[in-house]
Design a protein around this ligand. Structure first.
Ligand SMILES: [Zn+2]
Length: 419
């Protein structure tokens, strides 16, 4: 810290234009500058303490974390120190002030038995919870969540990502509800038999105009009956509007950003954001640089092209685009870091929703451990407090920040519960 600006003080006290030495109090001026800087420093510390205090007092809910997929790929344990390997582990959740985590249980339907694959992922989370009862607890209701937070523990819930896991059976849906599933993203990038995805609707004419099938509508109604949130992240626009027509409960977008700011195929258009607000639901903003910064995808394509041969052979060896991408980004860390979107852009997405429909309809769905290029400064789950800091700097009140960090999502979860 540069407290001593002696040279500046001497300059300030030098002769003025008429050549008459009017002021010559170098040491005094130096003193007052020092005092001023010291005060600023103290104010800085106080501000840092206050944003952390506001952050820690708020209930932070993240509706999308893909750590369980990492477990399937690498057999990682959430209770190990995974710094440098993943975005998440139990200790860093704590540092980041996280209170409630929806763990994503993903499937693209290409597994031999997606229902069993989902259960294996839930088993892996249950094992961590069993080993760490003082740190993390499985919850299913807002009441249970609040009790767990009061005990200074993390509340864990499940979100199914893909819809394939129910294998077209409402009985399977019931069983997954019993294991802690509280939302389903009705599709992933690929469609199910009963709902079309954003990717398929945009890229394959065969899916145009399909949306939700009759069974798809039954799934939505059954979820409404159970008290399970319907999640529209990844679904196509036709499916989205079919869901809005069918659901009797507020819905969520568990990890989606704003199309107007970044026209990526599965980001939400203004009309969709307005419809979610009318439905009293919530949009949980995705952190992925490619979803918040409209220049990132083009830059990322160029980055991959630079390492095309290596990328191709990794993809061939791992049989996974995602793992190959991750390996290339890890290997060329400096180049990859240049792709990261500014944190201010993420805040812009949050603010866009607020300006369009109000502060009651936006929250956090990071997609940590499912994304390869997080925004600058948001290195992992320990970085959440920087979002609170940025919101304070933008002038948001404590009340509004509480809503954004988790209050809005808990309202929607409560509204879905069966009383
Ligand atoms: Zn996703």
């Amino acid at each position: 810290m540069g407290f001593d600006l002696g040279t500046t003080a001497v300059n300030v006290s030098g002769n003025f234009t008429n050549g008459i030495p009017i002021i010559n109090y170098p040491s005094n001026i130096n003193m007052s500058i020092k005092l001023f800087l010291l005060l600023s420093f103290w104010t800085g510390i106080a501000e840092a303490q206050s944003y952390r205090r506001i952050h820690n007092k708020a209930i932070l809910v993240d509706t999308h974390n893909d750590f369980l997929s990492k477990v399937m790929e690498h057999n990682f344990s959430l209770d190990a120190d995974l710094k440098g390997k993943t975005h998440s582990d139990l200790a860093r959740f704590k540092t980041g002030g996280l209170d409630v985590q929806f763990f994503s249980v993903w499937s693209d339907g290409n597994q031999k038995n997606p229902f069993a694959f989902a259960n294996r992922q839930i088993d892996s989370l249950d094992a961590v919870i069993k080993r760490n009862p003082a740190k993390i607890v499985k919850t299913g209701t807002v009441k249970e969540i609040l009790e767990v937070i009061k005990e200074n523990k993390i509340a864990a819930l499940i979100g199914l990502e893909g819809g394939h896991q129910i294998e077209n059976s409402l009985e399977n849906l019931d069983l997954l509800y019993k294991r802690g599933t509280r939302y389903i993203t009705l599709t992933w990038n690929n469609s199910t038999d009963w709902a079309t995805s954003a990717f398929d609707e945009k890229t394959n004419p065969a899916f145009k105009g399909k949306g939700l099938s009759g069974f798809g509508r039954e799934v939505v109604q059954h979820m409404n009956k159970l008290g399970m949130l319907v999640d529209v992240s990844h679904v196509g626009e036709k499916t989205f509007w079919d869901i809005m027509e069918t659901t009797t409960k507020p819905i969520i977008a568990s990890h989606s950003s704003v199309y107007t700011l970044c026209p990526f195929r599965r980001n939400l258009k203004d009309e969709q954001i307005k419809a979610i607000a009318r439905n009293n639901g919530v949009i949980q903003i995705n952190f992925n640089s490619g979803f918040i910064d409209s220049t990132e995808m083009r830059r990322e394509d160029a980055f991959i092209k630079n390492h095309q041969a290596e990328y191709d052979s990794l993809q061939h060896a791992t049989n996974s685009e995602y793992i190959a991408e991750e390996m290339i980004h890890n290997k060329y860390r400096n180049e990859s870091d240049k792709l990261r979107a500014p944190l201010a852009l993420l805040i812009e997405h949050i603010e866009y929703v607020i300006r369009l429909v109000g502060v009651d309809y936006v929250g956090i769905g990071s997609d940590f451990d499912g994304i390869v290029v997080p925004p600058q400064q948001l290195d992992d789950v320990s970085s959440y407090p920087l979002i609170t800091k940025a919101l304070i700097e933008k002038g948001y009140s404590k009340k509004d920040i509480n809503k954004i960090l988790g209050g809005n999502l808990l309202r929607v979860l409560k509204a879905n519960e069966i009383h």
